[in-house]
Every structure is written in C-alpha cells, then in structure tokens.
Design a binder for this molecule. Structure first.
Ligand code: AMP
Ligand code: TRP
Length: 322
C-alpha cells in the first residue's frame, strides 16, 4: 500500500509533528512512501521568501533525520507535476465544496487579503495524493476533510473522464497523539506559533530549552496526578507526552506519579532522550550539504518517475494533448 504525506514548512517543527507525523512516516511499510516538504502550501498565507527557503531545507533535513527511507523524501516544488495536476483538479472541483472546507472558513473566508491559493489549496493537496496512487495518507484529524475531498475528486474525475486515479482510503486519525501546547493545553502544539512561544517544544530545541519548557508547563492547583482531559488538560498532556515517548498508555503512566514535579522531570528526560538521536542525525546532515542535495535530488527523481505518467494520463483523459 503506497503512503503519501506532506509537511508544510510554516514554522520550526514541534514534538507534535514528530509524534504525529515524522515518527509514523518512519514506520516500516511494504513499499517506501512519498514524503515531501509542502513548500507550495506554505505560500497560501503571507510568507517571507527567505524564511520559506530556510524552513523548507530544515524540514527536509528533519524528515531525513527521522529515519524515513532516504529516497522517499523530496521537496514538492521540485516536482512540477504537483502544480500541473492541481490545475486539472481545480477544473474538477466545485466552488461550493471548496467553500465548505473548515480550514478555509477559519483562516480566510471574508478577509480582504485572503490569497486565492488558500481557497484552491485542497485541489493542490488532492494532486499531491493522486499523483502517487496513494491509498494511505497519514495525517492529523484537521486534514481529514481535505483527504475526503481528494477522494471525491478522484471519483468524479474517474466517472467523468474514465478511470485515471486510485481512490485514496480515508483513515480517520485517532484523537490520541494530539500533543497540546504546554502553556495553553486546550490548544494543539503548533509549529506556526511565534518562534519564542514558551508552550511549544521544537524538535531542534536544545536539551536545556526543552527541559525548561516542560518544567514550566501549566498544571493546576489540585495536586493529584490523574488522566482527565477535561478537568486536568495540562497534566493529561504531560501524561500523554510521556506515554508517547516511552510507549506506555498514559493512564498507566499516571499510576506511577504522586507529584507534578516528578512527572515533569521524567517527561523532560523522556522528550530529550527521544529527540536526541534526531538532533544528532540532523547535525550530521547539516554539516554535509552536498550529501543532502544528492539525497533530495534522488527523492525528486524517484517522485517524478512516478508522478509524470500519472499526470500524462490525467492530461489525456481530460482532453488535452500531452
Ligand atoms: P501541521 O503542523 O498542522 O502542518 O501538521 C503537519 C503534520 O504534523 C500533520 O500530519 C499533523 O497531523 C501533525 N501534527 C501537527 N501538530 C501536531 C500535534 N500537536 N500533535 C500531533 N500531531 C501533530
Ligand atoms: N496540508 C497538510 C497539512 O497542513 C500538508 C499536506 C500537503 C499534505 N499536501 C499533503 C498531507 C498531501 C498529506 C498529503 O498538514
């Protein structure tokens, strides 16, 4: 089963990105998947060209450093078929269904400076998926609606123009594994928060910074360690993080602690230990830019070899000569 997923380089990646995305991408599968830095998606909102370039590179290095098969990693804009197929899918999608996308409604609808690309973004994401005949699309719950649209577009295109695309399956994300912000534990830990945000653990934060942030995490005044997302969101988040780092169910983790201080200290240690190998592999790669260029070129070439025939088939089916 072929898997495809992307990460938008809109900030320095977080522990949430590692646990919810990178670590899952690195799980062994029957075939190497396609994992890319979605740099085209990062231009759907106001962006700084220099920062986009450096975050794209950093995200690519973190994908490689997380143990994904080398040839599976590439940069989206290096494969022109993504933007080309996206246009054909814009000619397949309806304004009505694009207007219903929650992300567009929350981030853009009704604002005068909303970019057109934010509205059509789900067509680009559908292209990302359909180009590789992906059945599996590991993403977080906020992306389910976009994967569903990719399915709808594939079905509609096949019905209208003849069988062209593999229809991706929808695997709803389990809610567990949603890492929350340490200072605002009701919100998800987000890479797009300001760089200095104290509640966001970045994969590349130094061990000292990681420790300090965990020790300052918000808890509550009822000093019992219990897994209860509604009454005790801060403590529950720490239990989930420690559980995810050590492969232990959070409720079981809770039973081992009587004080917040011990829970925080052990969580900090577990996060540092989890990220340490990724950080050292990242440092090795960063010190060897030529090897990285080679890896990314190999990823790009493999992606083009898969994507181009699929784009050609869609181009012919829709009535254009290719
Ligand atoms: P985003 O950072 O929202 O662009 O998401 C990139 C990938 O990381 C997606 O597959 C998300 O599901 C995953 N991800 C992002 N933030 C978190 C989080 N706080 N907890 C778990 N997974 C996350
Ligand atoms: N939109 C996704 C996000 O914000 C990233 C993404 C872009 C993606 N293209 C994709 C994920 C294709 C899966 C498949 O998280």
């Amino acid at each position: 089963m072929t898997a495809v997923s992307g990460i938008t380089p809109s900030g320095h990646l977080t522990l949430g990105n590692y646990l919810g995305a990178l670590r899952r991408f690195a799980e062994p599968t029957d075939k190497p998947g396609f994992y890319f830095v979605a740099d085209l998606h990062a231009m759907t909102t106001l962006h700084d060209p220099k920062r986009l370039g450096s975050l794209t590179r950093e995200t690519a290095l973190l994908m490689l450093a997380s143990g994904l098969p080398d040839e599976s990693v590439f940069i989206q804009s290096a494969v022109p078929a993504h933007a080309q197929l996206a246009y054909l899918l814009e000619c397949t999608a309806y304004v009505g269904e694009l207007s219903r996308m929650v992300q567009y409604k929350e981030k853009g609808r009704g604002k005068p400076m909303t970019r057109g690309s934010l509205f059509t973004y789900p067509c680009l994401m559908a292209a990302d998926i359909l180009l590789y005949g992906a059945q599996r699309v590991p993403v977080g719950g906020d992306q389910d609606q976009h994967v569903e649209l990719a399915r709808d577009l594939a079905i509609r295109f096949n019905r209208t123009y003849g069988r062209t695309f593999v229809v991706p399956e929808l695997h709803r994300a389990t809610t567990a594994g949603r890492v929350r912000d340490l200072l605002t534990p009701t919100a998800k830990m987000s890479k797009s928060d300001p760089d200095e945000a104290g509640g966001v653990l970045r994969i590349l934060d130094s061990p000292d910074v990681l420790r300090r942030k965990v020790m300052r995490a918000v808890t509550d005044s009822d000093a019992t360690v219990r897994h209860d997302a509604v009454a005790k969101p801060g403590v529950t988040n720490l239990l989930e993080i420690l559980g995810a780092c050590t492969g232990t169910p959070p409720v079981e983790v809770a039973a081992r602690y009587t004080s917040y201080g011990d829970l925080k200290a052990d969580t900090a240690d577990a996060v540092v230990a989890l990220l340490e190998p990724v950080q050292s592999r990242y440092a090795e790669l960063a010190a060897d830019p030529r090897s990285v260029d080679k890896l990314l070129a190999a990823g790009r070439d493999r992606a083009i070899a898969f994507a181009q025939p699929q784009l050609d088939a869609a181009t012919r089916a829709i009535g254009l000569r290719s």
